[in-house]
Design a protein. Structure first.
Lengths: 299, 391
């Protein structure tokens, strides 16, 4: 076993300290703006409600198919905070279950899209001037040259209408934006001396891509991820609203707005409730995104 | 012979475009060059001619347009793949589940589905060039006929939205950029957060509920009230009513346009106003503005003439993205307001899996978006000379 000298131990300790200091510094920059704290706490509350929806919601059984016509069309009251719908289901409980689908959508789409797009963007930027770059960049340009929502709708229209396929459609439409972001950053970093140094020391391509190029870009990518979460909710809700996503008994927010908007203007509380849910979640992610941008903008 | 057909189209388009560029450049030279008569007398040898040709090919606008033609072909491939590869069987989808197998087989031959994919794409492209999108399963008419019928309503909506968007964004941006941290600036900031967080279909529902149903100020649905009719000339109701001198119909049409286009525009207004404000504040603090103050040029002249123009560049650039969101959100807004436009036709087609109609609508929207982004690029290159000379 190799012995570590005291000096090396000190060095490791110092490295850890710097890392801890960095985190503290980031938190300091983040909490400077009260709005980003508000956004973070909103997301935590919404996430808590989504995860423990069965315990938080006043009427958990109202999420799916539940019919009690004697309670139908009740305006907001203490018993039903946001009123009831045409089948007598509590709108507030359904919104809480809707948050669950919203977070599911964000998680799935971003975990599919961000790694794919980032890897493709890194490859295209690193192999500049080769066939790899040409294929990746042209392909993503073609996807970008259609309005995003139109592309998502036309993909969703061909698949079976359910929430999983709506997520697939959003993912298929979303990856080029990450390619574009990482590609432009990688191209500008490509000729920096530290990449040349790594290359001349014989570092592998994988090392250069993921240890040299990626860490610098991580802040910008993370900012885009948080800002994108709101847009994903928006596009997903739009697909469901049209009727190409989740189908009616599912308590998805966009589906609920579409389902209840048929009862406007008499029963306005039914569609304004889920709409407020969508607004709340998008606003929260936008506020958080601004905070995250402040954190990384200072570097 | 038919194999060369698309090539002939392409070369024809390029020839026409090239001659237009030459004419345009020569006209510009005629207008701008002071020693035009001198240049007339100079002899043009082969080398100069080649250089001139290279200049034309390197021209910013030329490259822009060639690039968009390439992208349009890319879009067509993408849409073709969406239409042909993803679903199970287009022939079965077109004829329905109860059609006998031999009829489906016949139809498959007719659509050339038994041939390899690139052959299919080639024939499909020829059909598209001839305007043959096939039969719509929603209306049982040719898709092109449907598109020409439904397109004007959407064009009218989008143009009205753009007018509202440009007026709103620039006035709000200038108002808040002129006096940062004033009451107007802070209220614009709150409005901007609302505009970004609230999707346009929610704006549509809210505005419809408040302005049309509760306050009863404006009509809630459709393009025209019952009993008012306008003869179809261009398809744009506002222009048709003006052409036929029917002022009551014109007022009615504008009243019907306000809520849908407002709900489409609000998000874009908020975003653009914020960007304009940020750039105005940044530019006002630059050295060249200080230099102008030192020369005694009045503040409002500096602000509107010298600070506003460079500040407009990022705002106009972001309008490409806003245009995309507008064209996409039109699908939802037209559905809510029962607007008889292309997007609502597209949604109906999507819900019934009418592939021919989906392809037609998406192609038209892709074309419109490409043209819009070219126009925006041209405006940006007018505002920003650096863009024009970038090689």
């Amino acid at each position: 076993m190799q012995k570590t000298s005291v000096q090396e131990l000190k060095f490791i300790e110092l490295e850890r300290k710097i890392k801890r200091e960095n985190w503290r510094r980031m938190w300091f920059r983040f909490k400077k703006s009260k709005l980003s704290i508000l956004g973070l706490s909103m997301i935590l509350v919404l996430l808590f409600m989504a995860v423990f929806a069965d315990y938080v919601a006043p009427y958990p059984s109202h999420a799916g198919l539940h019919i009690a016509f004697k309670n139908a069309y009740k305006p907001p009251s203490l018993e039903y905070i946001l009123g009831t719908d045409m089948y007598g289901r509590d709108v507030f409980s359904r919104i809480i279950f809707g948050f669950r689908y919203a977070f599911m959508m964000i998680g799935l789409v971003l975990s599919l899209v961000a790694p794919t797009g980032v890897i493709l963007g890194l490859l295209a930027g690193y192999y500049r001037g080769t066939v790899i770059e040409a294929i990746i960049v042209r392909l993503s340009d073609i996807f970008i040259s259609l309005p995003p929502l139109v592309l998502a709708l036309s993909i969703a229209s061909i698949l079976e209408p359910n929430i999983f396929n709506a997520m697939m459609a959003v993912s298929l439409m979303w990856w080029p934006w990450y390619v574009k972001l990482t590609y432009s950053m990688t191209v500008s970093l490509r000729n920096e001396p530290f990449i040349l140094a790594a290359e001349s020391q014989g570092a592998s391509t994988l090392h250069i891509l993921f240890k040299e190029l990626l860490p610098i870009q991580l802040g910008t990518i993370l900012t885009k991820v948080t800002l994108d979460a709101g847009w994903i909710i928006l596009i997903g809700a739009a697909i469901s609203f049209v009727g190409l996503g989740a189908q009616p008994p599912t308590p998805e927010l966009g589906t609920m707005v579409s389902e209840y908007s048929k009862y406007l203007p008499e029963y306005w509380w039914m569609s304004l409730g889920p709409a407020a849910g969508i607004i709340l979640i998008i606003l929260a992610f936008n506020l958080l995104g601004d905070g995250v941008r402040d954190v990384f903008a200072g570097e | 012979m038919s194999l060369l057909l698309p090539l002939r189209y392409l070369s024809g388009i390029l020839k026409v475009y090239y001659s237009i560029v030459c004419l345009w450049n020569d006209t510009l030279r005629l207008i701008t060059s002071r020693d035009y008569k001198m240049s007339q007398r100079m002899e043009v040898d082969g080398k100069t001619a080649l250089k001139r040709l290279q200049n034309y090919l390197n021209n910013y606008y030329f490259r822009k347009i060639v690039y968009s033609i390439v992208t349009l072909f890319g879009i067509s491939i993408l849409i073709f793949i969406i239409a042909r590869v993803l679903p199970g069987d287009p022939a079965r989808l077109a004829l329905g589940p109860r059609a006998p197998e031999d009829v489906v087989e016949q139809y498959r031959k007719l659509l050339r589905l038994d041939q390899p994919i690139y052959v299919q794409y080639y024939y499909w492209l020829i059909d598209v060039f001839h305007g043959r999108f096939g039969l719509s399963l929603v209306t049982f008419r040719d898709v092109l006929t449907d598109i020409t019928e439904f397109l004007p309503a959407t064009v009218e909506l989008i143009i009205f939205t753009l007018i509202i968007d440009i007026i709103g964004a620039f006035s709000l941006g200038v108002l808040s950029g002129r006096k940062p941290n004033s009451i107007i600036d802070n209220s614009v900031r709150i409005f901007a957060y609302a505009g970004i967080a609230i999707p346009s279909f929610v704006w549509a529902i809210i505005l419809q509920l408040v302005l049309a149903n509760w306050l009863d100020l404006l009509p809630a649905y459709g393009r025209l009230s019952l009993g008012i009719e306008v003869k179809r000339i261009t398809g744009l109701v506002t222009i048709d009513s003006l052409l036929s001198g029917n002022l009551i119909a014109f007022g009615d049409a504008v009243a019907h346009l306000i809520i849908p286009s407002l709900s489409l525009a609000i998000g874009c207004i908020a975003q653009e106003a914020r960007i304009l404000r940020a750039n105005l504040i940044e530019n006002v603090n630059k050295d060249y503005v200080l230099n102008m103050y030192a020369h005694g040029i009045p503040g409002s002249t500096i602000f509107f003439k010298y600070a506003l123009k460079p500040s407009m560049i990022p705002t106009v650039t972001i309008m490409t993205l806003d245009m995309a969101s507008m064209l996409g959100n039109a699908f939802l807004v037209e559905l809510i307001f029962n607007w008889p436009g292309l997007s609502r036709y597209g949604i109906t087609a999507m819900l019934r899996k009418d592939l021919n109609a989906i392809v037609g609508v998406v192609l038209v929207i892709g074309l419109a978006y490409t043209i819009a982004s070219i126009i925006i690029d041209l405006v940006v290159s007018y505002l920003d000379p650096r863009v024009r000379h970038r090689r």
